[in-house]
Ligand binder design. Structure first.
Ligand SMILES: C[S@@+](CC[C@H](N)C(=O)[O-])C[C@H]1O[C@@H](n2cnc3c(N)ncnc32)[C@H](O)[C@@H]1O
Length: 163
């Protein structure tokens, strides 16, 4: 089957303190209180109306500095290979990251956010409001992460495995 190339246009850029992919948080839960700023490009700023009524938003962005993709990886938090789609590893074929962050304030076309786990200048593809009635599921199966409840998720940092 022929694969289809899909073109996407960035709607903005995410500014964060993270300049290199190692020794940074691997998820927003490990980045509590770390500040970032989303700069939405002016042509998309009308789309921000009402966004600040939500405390949290879901960011969909490009993991733009990923060079090589892999279908099997040894993920953060484990030592045995897993299929890429069973992980949150950045080495994914379409290099898409998803993070739920907290809104601090909206100022014009800038959204000040907290809990950033993406690198500086990651191109932003979409913003969706986090709505717990839709998004918060309990009692789910946790796959290979089942026995990781004790992991210190608030301090776990990325290492050099994906550089
Ligand atoms: C494990 S991924 C998780 C990202 C997102 N929360 C998700 O679940 O899709 C986060 C790691 O990807 C790497 N990373 C983050 N932003 C990146 C970017 N723009 N380009 C390349 N690697 C990036 C860093 O090593 C970071 O610790």
């Amino acid at each position: 089957m022929k694969t289809k190339t899909i073109e996407l246009e960035a709607i903005g850029v995410i500014k964060t303190p993270w300049k290199t992919p190692d020794n940074m948080p691997i998820q927003p839960t490990g980045a509590k209180g770390i500040k970032g700023i989303i700069e939405v490009f002016p042509k998309f700023s009308d789309g921000l109306k009402g966004v600040d009524g939500f405390s949290h938003i879901m960011l969909i962005y490009q993991l733009h500095l990923v060079e090589n993709t892999k279908l099997e990886v040894i993920p953060f938090m484990d030592n045995t290979p897993k299929g890429i789609f069973a992980t949150r590893s950045p080495k994914r074929p379409n290099k898409i990251g998803v993070s739920i962050v907290e809104i601090e304030k909206l100022e014009g076309n800038k959204i000040h956010i907290l809990d950033v786990d993406m690198m500086n200048n990651s191109p932003l593809l979409d913003i969706k409001p986090y709505f717990e009635d839709f998004d918060n599921r309990t009692g789910t199966k946790k796959g290979w992460l089942t026995n990781k409840q004790d992991i210190d998720k608030y301090h776990f940092k990325s290492d050099k495995r994906f550089i």
